[in-house]
Design a protein around this ligand. Structure first.
Ligand code: IPM
Ligand code: MN
Length: 374
C-alpha cells in the first residue's frame, strides 16, 4: 500500500443507510481530489437487503471485501419486516454483530459534543449541556452480546451469558486511558460492580492499568447512577469506558445532549481493521425521501480519515460540517422551518472543502433564509 492509496469497503445497508453513505462517498471523492489521495471503493451487501437477496445478512463476499480493505464505511441496518417478527430466525443485526466479531473490532468510540447553534434543539437546558464534550469507549465484541444464548423448546425459559476475560478488557482500557491523557485526563469506568462479577473484574483491571497512567484520574460509577448523571451534569465526564451493553444504552441516552442523534458518528477499531458508522439506525420511514441527515455518516468519515492518519483532511472535513451547521444549512430534523435535502447538505459540505470561503454558496442569504444558491 502506498501511503496515498486506500481501499474502502462500502456497506450502505438498509433504510436511509444508502442515502447517507452516498454523501460520505461523494465527500471522500472531493477529499481525494483536494488532498491527492486515491480512495478505491468496493461495495458489499449487508443487512436486510442482503437477507432478501442472498438469505444471509453478511454474505461471505462482503466479509472478504471488508477484510481486504483499509477501512469499512457502513450505513445502517434494520428493517420493520424483522423488527415486528420475534420468530425470524435470520435477522439483519446478526450481520453487524458477526462483522464486528470477525473483524475483531473491540473498541467502539462514540464522541459527543454540542454545537452552539443547536443547543436549543436538545430537550436539556442550555446551562446543563453547553460545552459538554465526552468520548465513550464501548467494548464491542464480548459480554452479554456474545455469550452463550439459549431458549428451551417450549419457549418458556431463556438465558444470555455475560462473560469477560482479562484479554477482552485490557486493550480497550488502554485505549481509553490514552485518549484521556490527550484530553482532560479524566476516565470514568461505568459498571455495576455492586452486583456483577464481570464489573468487578473490569474495576480490578482498570485499577491495575491506572498505574501506567499516573496523570489520569480514574473514577468509577454505577451504570444506574451514570444514566442519571449524564442528564443532570454531562460536563463532569471526559472519557468513559464501559462494557458492551452498558455502552449501547448510555450512548443512545447521551446522544440527546448533542441535540440530534443524526449528528453522531462512531468508529469501531480493531488491530487489523476498522469500521465507521453513524450511531443512528436505518430510519425506514424516511427511506428514499431525501430527508435523512447525512452528518453522522460524514463525521464518521472524518473519524475514518483520522484513523488512516489523514488528519489534515479530517480536520478540514469537520470544519466544513461545522460551517454547514452554524450556517443552518441542515436537514429537517435540525431546522423544520427551512431545511435542505440529504444531498444538498452533502453538496454544501463538499463545496466548502473545495473552496472554503470562496464557496459557491451565499452564506448571508442562508442565514436570513432566502434562496441559497446564487
Ligand atoms: C448499535 C446498535 C447495535 C448494537 C444493534 C443494531 C445490534 O444498537 O450499534 O448501537 O446493539 O450494538
Ligand atoms: Mn445501540
Amino acid at each position: 500500500m502506498s501511503n496515498n492509496y486506500f481501499k474502502i469497503a462500502v456497506l450502505p445497508g438498509d433504510g436511509i443507510g444508502p442515502e447517507v453513505v452516498s454523501e460520505s462517498v461523494k465527500i471522500l471523492k472531493v477529499i481525494g481530489e483536494v488532498f491527492q489521495y486515491n480512495f478505491q471503493f468496493t461495495y458489499g451487501l449487508m443487512g436486510a437487503e442482503a437477507i432478501f437477496q442472498t438469505g444471509d445478512p453478511l454474505p461471505e463476499q462482503t466479509l472478504d471485501i471488508c477484510k481486504e480493505s483499509d477501512a469499512v464505511l457502513f450505513g445502517a441496518i434494520g428493517d420493520p419486516a424483522f423488527d415486528n417478527n420475534p420468530d425470524a430466525k435470520v435477522r439483519p443485526e446478526q450481520g453487524l454483530l458477526k462483522l464486528r466479531k470477525e473483524l475483531g473490532l473491540f473498541a467502539n468510540i462514540r464522541p459527543l459534543k454540542t454545537y452552539s447553534s443547536l443547543i436549543e434543539k436538545s430537550p436539556l437546558k442550555r446551562e446543563i449541556i453547553e460545552g459538554a464534550d465526552i468520548q465513550i469507549f464501548r467494548e464491542l465484541v464480548s459480554g452479554i452480546y456474545f455469550g452463550e444464548k439459549f431458549t428451551d423448546e417450549e419457549g418458556s425459559y431463556a438465558y444470555d451469558v455475560c462473560k469477560y476475560s482479562r484479554e477482552d478488557i485490557i486493550p480497550i482500557v488502554h485505549m481509553a486511558f490514552q485518549e484521556a491523557q490527550k484530553r482532560k485526563k479524566k476516565l470514568t469506568l461505568i459498571d455495576k460492580a455492586n452486583v456483577l462479577d464481570t464489573s468487578r473484574l473490569w474495576r480490578k483491571i482498570c485499577k491495575e492499568i491506572a498505574q501506567e497512567y499516573p496523570e489520569v484520574q480514574l473514577d468509577f460509577m454505577f451504570v444506574d447512577n451514570a444514566a442519571m448523571q449524564l442528564i443532570l451534569n454531562p460536563k463532569q465526564f471526559d472519557v468513559i469506558v464501559t462494557e458492551n451493553m452498558f455502552g449501547d444504552i448510555i450512548s443512545d441516552e447521551a446522544s440527546v445532549i448533542g441535540g440530534s442523534i443524526g449528528l453522531l458518528p462512531s468508529a469501531s477499531i480493531g488491530n487489523e481493521n476498522a469500521l465507521f458508522e453513524p450511531i443512528h439506525g436505518s430510519y425506514p420511514q424516511a427511506k428514499g425521501k431525501g430527508i435523512a441527515n447525512p452528518v453522522a455518516s460524514i463525521l464518521s468519515t472524518a473519524m475514518m480519515l483520522d484513523h488512516l492518519k489523514l488528519n489534515q483532511a479530517a480536520d478540514k472535513l469537520r470544519e466544513s460540517v461545522e460551517h454547514a451547521i452554524e450556517n443552518k444549512y441542515v436537514t429537517v430534523d435540525l431546522n423544520a422551518k427551512q431545511s435542505y435535502s440529504t444531498s444538498e447538505v452533502g453538496d454544501f459540505i463538499a463545496d466548502y472543502i473545495r473552496f472554503s470561503e470562496k464557496s459557491y454558496y451565499n452564506f448571508e442569504n442562508i442565514k436570513i433564509g432566502k434562496s441559497t444558491i446564487v
